[in-house]
Write a protein that binds this ligand. Structure first.
Ligand SMILES: [Zn+2]
Length: 613
């Protein structure tokens, strides 16, 4: 049953369908964190059948050994007679099938990793990431695939997934879902348990919120906030590209991050996300971000990103579009939805975007495009030295989007902005969604839609490593950008990571962790006072000015006591050997973006045009 490549699916399309590739999933070994999978493949052609596991998860640019968790594989024909098979590669199985029989593959998948891109099962629930544990048949990705959730061994009532039900009413222990093809199947995680759900309607589309975790959440509050975020994006894009959409919200200690999908997203936050307004703003920005991806990257996408090659890296130089622009609009749309005041939004730009990039020495070493291309080994490698090596395409890509937006607004005399280009790209997708965009197509769409020329700045900002011209651009709409020595107490220290509030004005240039009474250096910023003093990653800081230090706050207090002009004497340890050094202390830098007191009427009009939808 071969169909054309598509990434769009509505529930109605799957009702009463049949599939030759199905996965029965059961949980008889849930307490052992095992998902039991029985894959059946019918209508086989040829003497051999090749089965593969993807080696990466779309949206997460890293090659992973996901099928390392797969075990107890048994392969038979429909009568249960074993078939000959062997591994061709660590993710590829070849099955001998001389009689072209139906094939049954049973295996267990050890699922004990909580997160947005991993599967997890225990006695309380199962979260299944199909891309991690469901294999595909070579050459048959575009067929309809069915998943049957077997609840026989568990007392779980609720199944939440963007996969479509196969029957209008489904009862009993076996509930069947389907996808038009393997691409949609593995893009659709499944939560089975007794989780809390709520729904709302926007523009005729159903939205479900599923809370995963044991925390208590004010469902009415979260539903109201998410509904407002959906409405803002509905206005932004003009329509919603789905009949049904799910927000999976995982709440738990140590959980963070998000992953976008075609008809859902999975976002993960710590329980503290609900403690105060700032944390809640961060959580809402994450939800807005992942939801924005429904258009930008899942549908409006770099040409290299879909159809995917699941067997290797899918390189693209355009993650500034996929992640950078999304990072820019997540906060701008949070502001427009009323979640930030104007001053709060400008402060978020100054601290979390501009100030953040300013503390990344690697911004002067690698271009935005290279940072995107090498995401597979750079951003996703999580090296403690990464700040010194390259800028994140999230941070710098978002700032470049901001600068482009202001430039377009200025050059078009307040008639156009960057989002008009995005909306034009959305219309292109709707006319022909088969392939993604090239960089030159995007530049042309911006220039034609907004009637401006931006090629020169575009090239400089995406290809170059020079400082971005903040003040030149911000002045166009009457904003003042300031980087200056900090003279007022701030609640952050050194490398900008937020710790508990303190009066910190010293810039030391390294982040540390407390490890059983020891202070261990985790990151060192290139050319910072710590770097110049010869302090390296993994060194232990033992004493400052003759005082033993055992906690982070003891370190900071000891450094502070010298003031910003002084030198501090440090005793440290590297690789078991004690050394002494002196650190020349300097003042930390503060960053601010504010409306200029001397703003002109024309500038003010452009500023308003930028902020408003
Ligand atoms: Zn993203």
């Amino acid at each position: 049953m071969q169909t054309q490549f598509t990434i769009e699916q509505t529930d109605a399309q799957l009702i009463d369908t049949k599939a030759d590739i199905t996965y029965d999933i059961s949980f008889e070994r849930a307490t052992r964190h095992c998902i039991s999978i029985r894959m059946s493949i019918r209508n086989n052609i040829g003497q051999q059948v090749i089965i593969k596991s993807p080696v990466w998860i779309p949206g997460s640019y890293k090659v992973r050994d996901m099928n390392a968790h797969q075990h107890a594989i048994i392969i038979t024909d429909a009568q249960g007679t074993p078939l000959m098979w062997k591994w061709l590669e660590k993710h590829v199985i070849e099955i001998e099938n001389p009689t072209q029989s139906d094939i049954l593959i049973t295996y267990d998948y050890y699922a004990n990793d909580r997160g947005v891109r991993t599967s997890h099962v225990n006695r309380n629930h199962a979260f299944i990431m199909p891309v991690a544990c469901l294999m595909y048949v070579e050459g048959r990705l575009d067929e309809i695939h069915h998943v049957i959730i077997n609840k026989e061994h568990v007392n779980w009532e609720i199944i939440t997934t963007a996969l479509s039900p196969i029957k209008k009413e489904q009862h009993g222990n076996k509930i069947a879902f389907g996808a038009l093809n393997y691409h949609i199947l593995i893009d659709s995680p499944i939560e089975i348990g007794n989780h809390r759900i709520t729904t709302f309607d926007v523009a005729g589309s159903i939205h479900e919120i599923a809370i995963i975790g044991q925390e208590t959440v004010d469902m009415e509050w979260i539903s109201g906030e998410i509904q407002r975020a959906v409405e803002i994006q509905y206005e932004f894009w003009g329509d919603l590209p789905y009949d049904r959409y799910i927000f999976f919200l995982m709440i738990g200690e140590g959980l963070r991050g998000g992953l976008e999908h075609l008809r859902c997203n999975v976002s993960a936050v710590e329980p503290t996300a609900f403690l105060d307004k700032t944390s809640a703003q961060g959580m809402m920005a994450l939800l807005v971000h992942e939801f924005f991806h429904t258009w930008n990257v899942k549908r409006i996408r770099p040409i290299e990103l879909g159809p995917f090659n699941y067997e290797q890296e899918n390189y693209t130089r355009m993650l500034w579009l996929a992640e950078g622009w999304t990072s820019y609009y997540d906060d701008l749309l949070s502001y427009r939805s009323g979640f930030y005041s104007r001053d709060e939004y400008l402060s978020v730009l100054a601290q979390s975007h501009l100030g953040k990039l300013a503390r990344v020495p690697g911004r002067l070493s690698m271009s935005l495009k290279d940072s995107s291309f090498l995401a597979w080994t750079k951003l996703y490698s999580m090296s403690p030295d990464q700040q010194n090596q390259f800028p994140s395409y999230y941070t710098k890509g978002g700032i470049v989007a901001l600068l482009l937006d202001i430039l377009i607004i200025y050059k078009s005399g307040g008639k156009h902005k960057l989002e008009h280009a995005l909306q034009a790209m959305w219309n292109h997708y709707k006319a022909d969604g088969q392939k993604g965009f090239t960089e030159q197509e995007i530049i042309s769409i911006i220039e034609q839609t907004c009637n401006v020329s931006i090629q020169k700045e575009f090239d400089e900002w995406h290809n170059g490593t020079d400082e971005l011209p903040y003040q030149t651009i911000f002045t166009l709409i009457g904003l003042d950008w300031k980087e200056q020595p900090m003279h007022v107490p701030q609640d952050w220290y050194g490398d900008y990571r937020p710790f508990h509030p303190r009066k910190a004005q010293i810039f030391f240039g390294c982040s540390v962790s407390e490890d059983h009474g020891k202070i261990i250096v985790r990151e060192v910023e290139k050319e910072s006072p710590a770097d110049k003093a010869g302090i390296g990653i993994d060194d232990e800081l033992i004493a400052v000015n003759g005082k033993r230090i055992n906690t982070r706050s003891m370190l900071i207090n000891a450094l502070q006591s010298n003031g910003t002009e002084g030198k501090a004497h440090i005793i440290a340890q590297c690789d078991g050997r004690i050394y002494e050094t002196h650190v020349q202390l300097i003042a930390a830098t503060s960053y601010s973006l504010k409306v200029s007191e001397a703003i002109s009427h024309e500038q003010e009009q452009l500023l308003e045009y930028w902020l408003q939808g």
